[in-house]
Design a protein. Structure first.
Length: 395
């Protein structure tokens, strides 16, 4: 320690601490200036003045300014350190939360299988009366109906899935040439609330001589490569048909998606609020009544009679057609692929309808007041359209 009198500085401590004060006697009396090691320039300035025998008199105002400046720097350093610590804690907490939310418990799947084969009789019928089920139908290789039913419950708790599985019920009823398959969800069979995801899947192989009837609400239907006659009545069900060559297929559905690929035979489609796609359909006789629906038909040959209300119809790549009649109300109709349409005849009657014909074909059309006609070559088919309050486009 060194002391000085009469205007000399007093420096406490042979080695300055993180915050050292130098006492300075000036005109205005004694003052204290904090010294921060984090500010080398100011620290050197203070060190230099501390070792002088007769330190320079410091203006009290300047000394106060220096004190305030060093205090602000010191507070800024402390605040920055706190901010870095808080940021680290936030990152660690966020990582912990994300690890919990992005790593859910593993879903447990509990399945109950039921299998049965039934020899068919003459004039055998197979009837489905199902809810929220998935039906997979394929051809049988022998003279039997092969039935496989999967009852499935999914939950993060295996014990809960096993308990909720009891709510799924099924029936296989044989009665006078008709086999009926039923399912249901009986939640009252479980004493507590059913929280598992429940599903019933039917995988059925059907001989071609068996007539199939389906009544379903909510679910999926996939039928492939069978020649059985079909009668489908469903709502809120997605239907996929592939390589069906049945004599007769009747479908009545609402709020559903229907896709038919490479099918032939007599098809009748009736429904509202549906999306329908028919393609690679050769030798198909289509009768359709559609309301508030979207209909796409491409790569088509055969015969079509369509009645559409408040719908959209798009047809392309129309090939050999015996007859095509379209009656529409408040619906838009679009024909695509001019090259294939060139040999067709047209008879278009429009009432409050805009008719737009592509330039390569326009010269062949004759327009009257509310009718446009294009004569077909001898033996070629005629496409007849009657439209009310809808647009027709041929391109």
């Amino acid at each position: 320690m060194r002391e000085a009198c009469g205007g000399q500085a007093v420096r406490l401590g042979a080695k300055p601490l993180a915050h050292t004060f130098t006492l300075v006697q000036g005109v205005g009396g004694w003052g204290a200036a904090p010294l921060a090691r984090s500010t080398p320039t100011l620290w050197a300035y203070a060190q230099r003045n501390a070792h002088k025998d007769t330190p320079k008199k410091i203006n009290p105002a300047s000394n106060l300014f220096l004190y305030i400046l060093l205090l602000i720097i010191d507070l800024a350093e402390k605040t920055m350190r706190k901010s870095i610590i808080l940021l680290c804690l936030y990152v660690v907490s966020l990582k912990s939360i994300l690890s919990q939310t992005t790593t859910p418990n593993k879903v447990q799947v509990v399945t109950k299988l039921v299998q049965k084969s039934i020899p068919i009789q003459n004039n055998q019928n197979l009837q489905f009366e199902t809810k929220r089920a998935k039906l997979l139908l394929s051809p049988s290789t022998d003279n039997q109906i092969h039935i496989k039913i999967s009852l499935i419950a999914k939950h993060t708790s295996k014990q809960k899935a096993e308990k909720d599985l009891q709510a799924l019920t099924y029936q296989i009823i044989e009665n006078q040439g008709t086999i009926t398959l039923k399912n249901d969800i009986q939640r009252d069979k479980v004493n507590e609330r059913v929280t598992s995801l429940l599903k019933t899947i039917y995988e059925v192989q059907v001989p071609s001589s068996v007539t199939v009837g389906i009544k379903q609400k909510y679910g999926e239907i996939e039928i492939e490569k069978i020649n059985s006659n079909l009668n489908i009545d469903c709502n809120y069900t997605d239907i996929k048909l592939a390589q069906l060559h049945a004599e007769k297929v009747d479908i009545q559905t609402n709020y559903s998606d229907i896709v038919a690929k490479n099918c032939s035979g007599k098809f009748t489609l009736i429904g509202s609020y549906n999306k329908v796609k028919i393609y690679q359909a050769h030798k198909m006789h289509l009768t359709g009544t559609f309301n508030y629906s979207e209909i796409l038909i491409e790569d088509f040959s055969g015969e079509a009679n369509i009645n559409a209300n408040y719908s959209e119809i798009e047809m392309s790549d129309i090939k050999e057609t015996q007859r095509m009649n379209i009656i529409s109300n408040y619906s838009d109709i679009e024909f695509k692929d001019v090259q294939n349409l060139a040999h067709f005849g047209f008879d278009i009657a429009g009432n409050f309808s805009d008719i737009d014909i592509a330039e390569p074909l326009k010269k062949d059309f004759v327009r009257t007041m509310n009718r446009i006609v294009k004569n077909a070559a001898q033996g070629s088919p005629v496409i007849k359209i009657t439209a009310n309050y809808g647009d027709i486009e041929i391109e």
